[in-house]
Write a protein that binds this ligand. Sequence first.
Ligand SMILES: [Cu+2]
Length: 328
Amino acid sequence: MSSDDTAAAAGADASPGPRHGRRLFTIWLVLAVPAVLVIWFAWYPHMPPGRMSDSARHQQFDIAVLAVSAAPVIIAVLLYFIYAIVVWRARPGDEGDGPAIYGNTKVQATWIIGTTMIVLWLFVFGTVELVVPAGAGAGEGPSPIWNLTGKHTAAWSPGANDMLQIQVIGQQWAFTYRYPQFGGMESTVLDLPANTPIEFHVTSLDVIHSFWPYVLGVKADANPQVDNVAYTTVQARGGFKVRCNELCGIWHGAMTTDGTVLPPAAFQAWAAGVQAQERSLGVLAVLPPYALTYDPTVIPQLGKSIIAIDGITGGAGYYYNSSDPVTP
Ligand SMILES: [Cu+2]
């Protein structure tokens, strides 16, 4: 952008005088270099969504790179604007026209080359960043083009690079998580193993919701009758919140769940424990078989009976918190 300004200034300045282009370029350089350094070294580590997972890390990197790309352009535009107002404004009593200018090859060529390079850079960077982190944590639909590496296995074991599958079932107004590699057991909290490739299968029983564990850099729409797949690998241990990010009814704002990232062995112990408990209570026997989507017309009655057994929701159907305004 700076060289555009250089040429433009040279063209606009017909009378001999200070070399505006060189002066503009120098001021731009003095402002742009520190701005880029401050963004990259001081701001980047604090940008959302943090570094809890690989997808979050990639999103933070993308935002930092875009900020570093945008800052010199914004500084150039504002600098030229202010410079023109200050230096080239009409002086009191000056009623004459400015010099007539017909075309300027240098300005035109610089403008076309500069803008083309910026657009191509954004195109290439955006495409690479979408492909390399396997969809960047976003829902990719039922048959993703880009996958995380990991083996699909019938039973999950810690530390074997097995991909953990978790089904996310949205409904008004709760998320339920189903673990097909643990007998299809369901949980109202989202526990995850650290350092494990995870494949979310996001669906809904009623209206459109959106599964959004913000600090994991994952966000996928939950549509009825659709299996929406999203990937991540979580590095840091600790708690996180899941929110619904699609206005889905009166208790949309309360549609949250708590999640915890555990060491892989502790996660397996937790999941096996929940599975055993649900088997002994008879919940697993009456839950609908694990499927990528569920037919909502057949589950409401089933849901009520399972809620009566163990408060389990999700694949079994309609669930209402005790604080909800309508209890069927
Ligand atoms: Cu919702």
